[in-house]
Write a protein that binds this ligand. Structure first.
Ligand code: DGY
Length: 328
């Protein structure tokens, strides 16, 4: 009997994916809540045919060398893949997969939830009640900023950015966006969004929501200058990747009233230490990278990650390859 392929899965993912892997492979599963330490990861990948990685695992030359030449596929349980050195895989003609499409709406839902929570000071208000400070109705109490009628500026107009636009339109917002790849006039009309340059977006938006991949170009895209260019009443929402925002500059901007508030699903560093100044700021709503965290969506991500892994080990084209150039 042909030996079953060996795979390492770097964290427990939903059974919707794990069961498929278990059925077809000799599975080594990292069961701890924390990711494997680097040396452990390098040890566990040695000799595997497939790797199912998370955004907390760096996949680079060192790891690929540690795995060995029999490795056939890397399947990332995420749509973002900044943890993967794609050229390092491509030069070995090794396919990598991600999980696009299945988490689009769920992520946009959370981005909009952060927008609303920061605008209407929901966490602060909840604390106010919990701490027993609610003594009467107050005409000046916990005033926020309006969402309806406001301008939503979307940076990065891919799948998730466009879903954010739909949510904005549903709330009666005026939607503008910036992306190096403009949408077609038909798409703009359908989404009710208008493309503007970045400086115009920062100047005119009441809400700036980030939906770009993390690349060299987008690292610290929102820096001190960008924050200063925003309205003092503006809210920044980040559900992309932490380093897209300069955390030090954001801290200054929030403290000095350069912007009104921020809602962050992603941070730099990540996780954000509990004693980090942003955690204590009342006008900064931080949640622990949960944008895709619903049962249905995580099941879909798991199924998709398993499908990529299994296809790669059969030598078939991955359903959703990150580097389709390996098939050229
Ligand atoms: C992703 O998929 O890239 C998210 O950050 C986690 O779902």
């Amino acid at each position: 009997m042909k030996p079953r392929p060996r795979v390492f899965v770097t964290r427990v993912i939903p059974d919707a994916g794990l069961d498929r892997v278990r059925e077809a492979c000799d599975l080594d599963l990292w069961e701890d809540d924390m990711p494997p330490a680097r040396d452990e990861l390098l040890r566990r990948v040695a000799g595997v045919d497939g790797l199912l990685s998370l955004l907390t695992d760096r996949v680079d030359d060192e790891l690929l060398d540690a795995a060995g030449p029999q490795l056939k596929v890397v399947s990332n349980f995420a749509v973002g893949f900044d943890n993967i050195d794609v050229p390092a895989l491509t030069k070995r003609r090794l396919p990598a997969g991600n999980t696009p499409g299945v988490l689009t709406e769920t992520t946009a839902d959370l981005a909009f939830a952060l927008l609303m929570a920061a605008a209407r000071r929901i966490p602060e208000s909840v604390d106010y009640v919990r701490e027993g400070r609610w003594k009467t109705w107050g005409p000046m109490l916990l005033m926020g900023v309006d969402i309806h009628g406001a301008t939503l500026g979307i940076v990065g107009f891919g799948r998730i950015g466009r879903e954010m636009a739909r949510r904005g339109r549903g709330f009666g917002m005026n939607v503008i966006y910036h992306d190096v790849h403009p949408a077609t006039p038909g798409e703009e009309a359908e989404l009710g969004a208008r493309r503007v340059e970045m400086d115009e977006l920062l100047r005119d938006s009441d809400f700036v929501s980030l939906h770009v991949n993390l690349t060299e170009e987008t690292n610290h895209l929102i820096d001190a200058d960008a924050l200063r260019a925003m309205k003092p009443t503006a809210v920044l929402v980040n559900t992309s990747r932490g380093p897209v925002v300069d955390a030090g500059a954001l801290e200054t901007a929030l403290r000095d009233g350069e912007i009104f508030a921020a809602g962050l699903d992603v941070t730099d560093p990540e996780p954000l230490p509990v004693d980090h100044p942003l955690v204590a700021m009342p006008n900064c709503v931080v949640v622990p990278h949960i944008a895709s965290a619903t049962r249905v969506t995580r099941d879909r991500m798991a199924a998709m990650a398993a499908a990529n892994l299994l296809a790669g080990m059969r030598g078939e084209r991955l359903p959703t390859p990150i580097n389709p150039e390996v098939y050229e």
